[in-house]
Design a protein around this ligand. Sequence first.
Ligand SMILES: [Zn+2]
Ligand SMILES: [Zn+2]
Length: 296
Amino acid sequence: MSEPVFVRFWGTRGSIPTPGHKTRRYGGNTSCVEIRVGELLLICDGGTGLRELGLDLLARGRPNVEAHLFFSHMHWDHIQGFPFFVPAYSPANSLYVYELSPSDDRVQRLLHGQMRSEYFPVTFTDLGARIVGRHFENQRTEFGGVRVRSLQQTHPGISYAYAFEIGDRKIVYATDSELDLLLSDLEEPLRDPQALRRLPDSLVEFCRDADLLIADGQYTDEEYPQKKGWGHARANTVVDLAVQARAKRCAIFHHDPMHTDELVDHKIRAAEARLTHAGSACQVFGAREGLVLKID
Ligand SMILES: [Zn+2]
Ligand SMILES: [Zn+2]
């Protein structure tokens, strides 16, 4: 498959939507990323950004929507857009929802749960679209020329990263992961903030040579000590993962709800300086709503 891959960010905020003028540039919608190659549509997470993706899919004017949905985990900021995803209401459409193992029905069960009548006026079983459960086997699945691997992450209640290989392109989606708890020396970032933060080989291999690494970099180095154990990483630690994995581009994702656009800029400038210091050719940027990347 040699067609270009397009990645579009529909929601980049962590934890809770943050509409308002202070978050206008990076956006206030929660996690949702579209990966598109030709007719094939993959969706990572169903935060509030999924609502706008749904409206856009209708505006594209195709007779039906076929989408493959991958959920990192089921915290609110990753599922709340689903009941507002308009394509889920039409019988012409098919949604493939991926579970992490053959015996698992957790994703569909929890999507179902958040649409109980106490929470929402329409129930999951009333959705018109054909919703089909699919699953990973031994952390792998494959469809339409796309190979996908999953990796368990460190997060309250557990989350999963996904590595998508499409032809010779590789995109890794790794949000809600406290990388800083995986460091071989947990105290080193305090003693020597500039030292390369060593991450486990299994994680580095998972991200190896990614054309695009999208990863949770919610905090600055200064903020992290007060947020330890909350399940999110320092942006600078994500940079070090990108360096060790030799990723080409690195999107810092899942911005803190307390961060204004200026604070996200500050976090990204520190990340850029770190890459320069490391002598890496990787390009780091802050994921922002509406940004479209083309990966040839
Ligand atoms: Zn989250
Ligand atoms: Zn979470």
